[in-house]
Design a protein around this ligand. Structure first.
Ligand SMILES: *[C@@H]1O[C@H](CO)[C@@H](O)[C@H](O)[C@H]1NC(C)=O
Ligand SMILES: *[C@@H]1O[C@H](CO)[C@@H](O)[C@H](O)[C@H]1NC(C)=O
Length: 311
């Protein structure tokens, strides 16, 4: 993450000015939608299909020395057959990650660590946040009209080629043609960028998907539209987590489609479209960053909590 300027005073002043009208407009249109209709919810069986990936995302917070031997405790034990093939990262500039093969799922798994909420708040509420095109060497052919958060782009680039080569190795050792990339928070952002990156470098018969928990906004509208057209993404938002509504939309950031929102009754609601402002989805549930509940960022997601404390 390269953006550290925490312009608290400027942020608050700017936000009060820029977003004041939203506080009136968003909740009223949101609740009107919610009264008029109810979005589909996942069955218990459908929720259960996410469980292995939720555990993988939580395990990504653990030191690579214990994900590399799959001895990270309860989250590792709950996916008992998993065979890690590589792990890495450090406590500073490179988020932890691991790659491996799960024989039960018959898939190659890539998982990325997130970051703590304090770091994320400092980074993502910054109104001086910048967006840039993706590096054409890593993302050949991607339009330069697609812009992403500079810090996410740079953090992704630090592990990109290593992860590609580890995924190629894992695919060569197993007959599977499926890769699932998962992570929480910053780890979800890195996973989404990896899903695009890997699809540009792996053969087209390899099916790539990504499941993100508490995904912040990663790029602009062109990015969100690219993701909708090219990436098999599910992003799961929890209750009143304020981080999926950062960075602010008025800076040009936009979430792609395929949000699944966990509501106050623990229903997993399928939200139609990008940034659906119904109170059944995250934009309507948290119309304002400071109306959110930061603790909801960590979960629980179907009983599974994210963060360092789980290792
Ligand atoms: C995140 O937190 C760590 C540990 O407190 C700190 O060293 C690092 O500078 C923080 N990063 C950012 C971007 O604020
Ligand atoms: C939310 O979804 C409903 C149902 O598909 C749709 O009518 C509405 O326009 C959507 N709102 C937004 C902001 O996408």
């Amino acid at each position: 993450m390269t953006i550290r300027t925490n312009c608290l005073v400027l942020c608050l002043a700017t936000l009060l000015l820029v977003s004041a009208p939203w506080s009136v407009a968003v909740p009223s249109s949101g609740s009107a939608l919610a009264r008029g209709q109810s979005f589909p919810i996942l069955t218990q069986d459908q929720i259960a299909t996410f469980r292995p990936y939720t555990l993988f995302a939580s395990a990504a917070y653990c030191n690579p020395s214990i994900t590399g031997t799959w001895t990270c405790g309860a989250n590792c034990d709950a996916n008992p057959g998993f065979q890690p093939t590589a792990s890495g990262g450090n406590d500073g500039t490179v988020q932890y990650w691991y790659v491996g093969y799960d024989p039960t799922l018959d898939k190659v798994i890539v998982a990325h660590q997130g970051t703590d909420s304090d770091n994320l708040t400092a980074d993502l509420t910054d109104v001086e946040i910048t967006m840039d095109p993706l590096d054409p060497t890593l993302f050949p052919g991607l339009s330069s009209t697609v812009h992403v958060h500079t810090g996410f782009r740079d953090a992704h680039a630090r592990t990109a080629t290593t992860i590609l080569s580890e995924v190629q190795t894992a695919l060569s050792q197993h007959s599977t043609q499926e890769v699932v990339i998962t992570g929480h928070s910053l780890g979800a952002a890195l996973s989404l960028l990896d899903a695009i990156y890997l699809s540009l470098h792996l053969p087209s018969n390899i099916k790539i998907s990504t499941i993100g928990y508490g995904l912040p906004r990663v790029g602009d509208a062109a990015f969100a539209n690219y993701v909708d057209a090219h990436v098999d993404l599910t992003h799961i938002t929890n209750k009143h987590d304020p981080f999926p509504i950062l960075p602010f939309q008025f800076l040009g950031f936009r979430q792609p489609s395929n949000e699944v929102h966990i509501d106050q009754n623990n229903n997993w609601v399928q939200c139609p479209g990008q940034e659906n402002d119904s109170t059944e989805c995250i934009d309507g549930a948290v119309p304002f960053f400071w109306e959110g509940t930061p603790g909801d960022h960590e979960g629980p997601y179907d009983g599974i909590v994210m963060g360092l404390g789980q290792c």
